[in-house]
Write a protein that binds this ligand. Structure first.
Ligand code: DAH
Length: 426
């Protein structure tokens, strides 16, 4: 999946959930951590306990409801372990601090206008995640390779847009939805299979635009741009900005906002005027709306100078103690940069091989000890067989890794790659 820019807009360009009542995802009971496929029996480090049962708005969800040994299920243990963590609800965490700074902007400029939701259940139907927001039936984002499926009709939401339609149907006209979203993806310093987004929607009635002399779509587009330029200034100060025309299935026209920050153009968010079909289906025939979606990690990495997306999940005090409630943009001071260790592996691939599947295997073995997986060689021989060589960078954010530990991880990766991915190691 070609998402170059830190997981903000999966649906842009041409590439590019279950019980609506289940609000309030809370950790419920605790048990020994689930196996992550690692068998470092002698050196196993203590890990924080992981919930075995989560409560989703009064509905208890057991690990077995989410992770199943079934061909229509591709959710690994380590993803289940992230459900209910809700970094966006922690006031002292960079993701929570950023969310609150955005709320502050909306509160100041639109007092009491926007309803906020930040505990909607991340388990949603295929209909909510894709159909309701008009994602085409053959869109790549629906694939098993890109999205975590619980069963053929149920997924872990891959964007907060999954909640647009139900909230509109429920009568909400101004709302902000913040939540954890899940995507199968490659591994590097800006991509992690769980991250956080905020969605904004604002609905207008004919009386809003009639006096303005422009039609509803133009009125909404102008209002959207004004609102989001103000938000960007609130977060980044007096920066240069530009609007880029783009494509999203759910908006028309669609735009990306970029800001010139630290000598680079940075994509901040995706947005647009909501497709009339979405409003029509929610009974809002005469209305016009705008919507936006932004990736909180990608903005927080820039605002707080956080160099690696894995750090957001760190429980190391040297990370967590650097941030406080209400303090947007405090610059993170790296406590130490531990050395990386690179391991290469080459194999003949089969037709079914994908980089995302490889990354799932590597993460299943090495967890957050893997920093990057990159393709460094690719060739096809005369017989038509394709060989690929991947370089795995192992590096802990918190300590030095021993050779022995890394070799052990790499052997397990080799073993599982061979057994699970239908490739032939060279
Ligand atoms: N859902 C999009 C994504 O994850 C982001 C987005 C773009 C949301 C435009 C919107 C929007 O509401 O109007 O890539």
């Amino acid at each position: 999946m070609a998402i170059s820019l830190a997981q903000s807009t999966l649906f842009s360009k041409t590439s590019l959930f279950l019980r609506s009542s289940c609000n309030g995802l809370n950790r419920l009971t605790f048990c020994v951590p689930f196996s992550s496929g690692s068998s470092l029996s002698t050196k196993k480090k203590w890990k924080p306990p992981v919930a075995s049962v989560l409560e989703l708005g009064g509905v208890k969800i057991a690990k077995g409801d989410v992770v199943r040994d079934d061909p229509t299920n591709n959710v690994p243990d380590i993803i289940f372990a992230k459900l209910g963590m809700q970094l966006h609800r922690r006031k002292q965490h960079p993701i929570g601090i950023l969310k609150n700074a955005i709320f502050e902007y909306f509160d100041a400029n639109y007092p009491n206008k926007f309803d906020t939701f930040d505990d909607l259940c991340p388990i949603v139907s295929v209909k909510q995640n894709f159909d309701d927001v008009l994602v085409p039936a053959d869109h790549v984002s629906r694939s098993f390779n890109d999205t975590y499926y619980i069963d053929s009709q149920t997924v872990l939401r891959c964007h907060t847009s999954a909640h647009q339609a139900e909230l509109l149907r429920g009568g909400h006209t101004h709302f902000l939805v913040t939540g954890d979203v899940y995507r199968r993806d490659s591994i590097d310093s800006t991509h992690y299979p769980v991250f956080h987004q905020m969605e904004g929607v604002c609905v207008f009635s004919p009386e809003d635009w009639e006096a303005s002399g422009v039609d509803g779509t133009d009125y909404a587009a102008q209002d959207l741009k004004k609102c989001l330029e103000g938000l960007a200034r609130h977060l980044f100060g007096a920066v240069e900005m530009r609007w880029i025309d783009t494509y999203f299935p759910f908006t028309n026209p669609s735009y990306e906002l970029e800001i010139y920050f630290q000598d680079k153009w940075l994509e901040v968010l995706g947005c647009g005027v909501t497709e009339q079909e979405i409003l029509k289906r929610s009974g809002k025939l005469d209305n016009v709306a705008w919507a936006f979606g932004l990736g909180l990690e990608r903005l927080a990495m820039v605002l707080f100078d956080i160099p690696d997306i894995r750090l957001f999940w760190s429980t190391d005090e040297r990370f967590t103690s650097q941030f406080s409630q209400g303090q947007l943009g405090v610059k993170f001071k790296p406590f130490s940069k531990y050395p990386p260790c690179y391991k290469d592996m080459s194999f003949w691939i089969s037709e079914s091989f994908t980089e995302n599947n490889l990354c799932e295997v590597v993460r299943g073995v090495a967890g957050d000890l893997v920093e990057e997986v990159s393709l460094i060689d690719n060739f096809t021989n005369k017989k038509g067989m394709t060989s690929q060589c991947y370089r795995i960078a192992y590096r802990s954010m918190e300590r030095s890794l021993t050779d022995e530990e890394i070799n052990d991880l790499q052997w397990q990766v080799r073993d599982q790659v061979q057994n699970k991915l239908n490739v032939v190691l060279r």
